[in-house]
Design a protein around this ligand. Structure first.
Ligand code: MG
Length: 373
């Protein structure tokens, strides 16, 4: 073989190897191809309105972002640290810095096994784990060339209708927020402070549409919870989220026996293993990607809840379109959706899921279907 022919043969062989590693044909293989990188950034998301719940009040949120790049394809992830669980963006970023080599050395096609292992290396950092889970699944689906809903075998036409959340505020601002949410068929109203009646009165002075109420553990006795829930039943409320502190499971059973409205567990439900013991005390569970540690665990929780005859609602933290779009891809599986975190911020770094009168419209591009703004 002449030198020129040998060179051409080598070029062709190299190109073939790169193609094999680069178009998904290497599925199941542990062969590495191209540089694998994993990076994180913290971005400040500015809230449209100061956001107040029983937990905290803030004008912005610092949120953790992750990128997993391999074979020239980048998967994007996000994790919103949850203050109640002592999580924040710098802590999550530090935790992920400590496992970067595990992530870049892993075979991404074994994501289910890998994410289970990674959970053990990130104690107390489920939001950071969620950022990795989302980035890996975005990458996997981009490699396969399918949108995430298709990867889970779901029909985008079944995507849920999301409510719009109204944080705790003065009656005047509450009325303004309710008017701004005119397009949404359902509202979710935050209560749990000593302004509950004034808040609901303000909402009802503007609209008669069905509302959901989230007390965020704010009612501290079972008698107060029963009194508030039975009053809310007269106010066009569909269901109540986490009326009392998460640990008050016995009291939650007592309350449930004395009210008609369905009650959902949020702060009391962290993992699929929690759900069987919540069955007698609650009618449903609220599942969030940040709380669960990503799509894989959230999917597991939805299936466990349904298998136990409980309702499932997908909720969210204040997040950008990365997390909200990822959750929206799972929403064909749930009974209710509270996926409005991206609508609460003014500087979303991505576009993804759209909303039409509350109906979630899933993007059809591969992976999460995100586009950088
Ligand atoms: Mg909640």
């Amino acid at each position: 073989m002449k030198r020129r022919e040998l060179f051409q043969t080598l070029v062709a062989a190299t190109a073939g190897a790169a193609l094999l590693g680069g178009d998904g044909l290497a599925l199941g293989s542990t062969k590495k191809s191209g540089a694998t990188t994993f990076s994180t950034q913290i971005q400040r998301l500015q809230l449209r309105h100061t956001w107040t719940t029983t937990m905290s009040s803030s004008a912005y949120r610092d949120t953790l972002y992750a990128q997993f790049t391999r074979d020239g394809i980048t998967g994007y992830g996000e994790g919103a640290g949850i203050v109640r669980y002592q999580q924040n963006a710098p802590g999550g970023q530090k935790a992920l810095d400590g496992v970067r080599k595990l992530i870049t050395d892993a075979d991404p096609w074994q994501f289910a096994k890998f994410l289970t292992d990674l959970d053990r290396h990130l104690p107390g950092q489920r939001a950071a784990l969620a950022a990795v889970d989302l980035a890996l699944l975005d990458w996997i689906c981009k490699k396969l060339g399918v949108p995430l809903y298709r990867f889970f075998g779901l029909d985008p036409a079944d995507a849920a209708i999301t409510n719009m959340s109204i944080g705790i505020d003065t009656p005047e601002i509450t009325r303004q927020k309710v008017r701004e949410a005119a397009d949404f068929p359902f509202l979710k109203v935050k209560v749990g402070l000593d302004t509950d009646e004034a808040t609901i009165d303000a909402v009802r002075s503007v609209t008669k549409k069905p509302i959901r109420v989230d007390a965020n553990e704010g009612w501290t006795s079972k008698e107060e919870a029963v009194r508030k829930i039975n009053w809310l039943e007269t106010q066009g409320v569909q269901f109540i989220e986490q009326p009392m502190p998460a640990h008050m499971l016995e009291e939650a059973r007592w309350v449930r026996a004395r009210v008609h409205l369905p009650i959902f567990a949020d702060e009391a439900c962290h993992s699929a293993e929690d759900i069987p013991k919540l069955r007698d005390a609650f009618d449903g569970v609220v599942i969030k990607l940040d709380k669960a540690g990503g799509l894989m665990e959230a999917h597991r929780q939805i299936l466990v809840a349904k298998a136990l005859g409980m309702k499932a609602m997908l909720g969210c933290m204040v997040s950008s379109s990365v997390t909200i779009t990822a959750a929206a891809h799972l929403s064909p599986l749930v009974d209710y959706a509270d996926l409005d975190g991206n609508l609460l911020i003014a500087n979303d770094p991505f576009t993804g899921v759209k909303v039409d009168k509350g109906k979630l419209i899933l993007p059809s591009g591969p992976g999460l279907g995100l586009v950088k703004v």
